[in-house]
Design a protein around this ligand. Structure first.
Ligand code: TPP
Ligand code: MG
Length: 345
């Protein structure tokens, strides 16, 4: 992995380099792990989309389909005690960190058996027992939370790391800049993962910032960064594993910018059909579907057979069907419990 700036460097300009694709050799075990995490996300999301279309889910649904390689690649590099913060587009991070389908679907349905007892919904899924500190409906708000988690780990002398996922648009928010500066100056064990899907809602990146690479922003804080192909799970995994190793060794934070794309609209399945991107552009990115890419490579180099890959899809479909049935059979929260778990400052 070619790093773009040393955390100790005072140079004003980071060297612009991308991760070396030739170095992205993943072991068979890692390939199967990445595949399973991506399939779990893809099927969770496509089924959630169908439920939303059928009018069964309240609230909003920001689907993660297309970006699976980022969550899978990063999470496969983490330990269970590492902590993450997520975004409004957070299902993929939660699934990849191990939150159960039952807890997640029940939360989407607003049922009392959900991850947040049915009170949070799609944009607030968390599971503290798994280090999933929460999705977040406030753009950029996960950044300082992860920085705080990393500070706590450093303060207590633990070697866990924190990871914050955020979009290209979120890097225009003050909380991102404050978090990045604090993480860098305190050399905190935190990874900044920018999922650059080229749009903030319906605004293309070129209309919301004047730079091409969000990674350039890391240099402003003396933080090294690397740009990876966000459709290549093995490339993301390798970059994340190196950044995690550095953070655990006390060498401070790092940013990974993953160039990726969302296959659905900003929100929902059909979205609002704003003419902000062309069908041709969407079709072009779909030719680089991250699961197809990984499967093709795994079959070509013999790290998996078609039967093994198909088995992962089928096992996941079965688990999802069971989890949706569980969610639908679960009760709604009782209004008498409305004030439970409510805190005042
Ligand atoms: C503080 C704040 N401002 C605005 C919004 C409305 N909003 C929701 S998603 C979004 C775009 C975020 O873009 P990006 O960070 O690139 O994430 P993406 O949706 O592309 O995954 C905006 C502006 C919000 N939720 N929070
Ligand atoms: Mg975006």
């Amino acid at each position: 992995m070619a790093q773009r700036a040393s955390s100790t460097s005072r140079s004003s300009r980071a060297q612009k380099k991308s991760a070396d694709p030739a170095a992205n050799q993943a072991s068979a075990q890692v390939v199967r792990d990445l595949h399973e995490r991506m399939v779990r996300i893809r099927l969770f999301e496509t089924e959630a989309g169908k439920l939303m279309e059928a009018g069964k889910l309240p609230g909003f649904l920001h689907l993660y389909v297309g970006q699976e390689a980022v969550a899978a690649g990063v999470m496969a590099a983490l330990r269970d005690d590492d902590q993450i913060t997520s975004t409004h587009r957070g299902h993929g991070h939660a699934v990849a960190k191990g939150v159960s389908f039952r807890h997640m679907y029940a939360e989407l349905y607003g049922r009392v058996t959900g991850a947040c007892l049915g009170r949070g919904g799609s944009m607030h899924i968390n599971d503290l027992s798994l280090g999933m500190l929460g999705a977040n409906g406030i753009v950029g708000a996960g950044v300082p939370i992860a920085v705080g988690a990393a500070f706590a780990a450093q303060y207590k002398g633990e070697d866990s790391v924190a990871v914050t996922f955020f979009g290209d648009g979120a890097t225009n928010i003050g909380a991102f800049h404050e978090g990045a500066n604090m993480a860098a100056i305190l050399r905190l064990p935190v990874l900044f993962i920018c999922e650059n899907n080229g749009y903030a809602e319906f605004t293309p990146q070129s209309k919301h910032m004047l730079i091409t690479d969000v990674a350039d922003r890391a240099a402003a804080y003396g933080m090294p960064s690397v740009i990876v192909d966000g459709m290549d799970a093995a490339a993301v995994h390798q970059a994340a594993a190196e950044a995690v190793a550095r953070a655990r060794a006390g060498e401070g934070p790092m940013m990974i910018e993953a160039k990726t794309y969302r296959f659905y609209d900003h929100q929902g399945v059909k979205g609002l059909r704003h003419p902000y991107r062309s069908d041709e552009e969407v079709a072009e990115w779909k030719t680089r579907d991250p699961i197809d890419l990984l499967e093709a490579r795994a079959l070509a180099d013999g790290t998996a057979t078609r039967a093994e890959l198909d088995d992962t899809w089928q096992r996941t479909r079965d688990e999802i069907a069971e989890a949706i049935a569980y969610a639908e059979a679960s009760p709604l929260p009782d209004t008498a419990d409305l004030l439970l778990n409510v805190y005042s400052g």
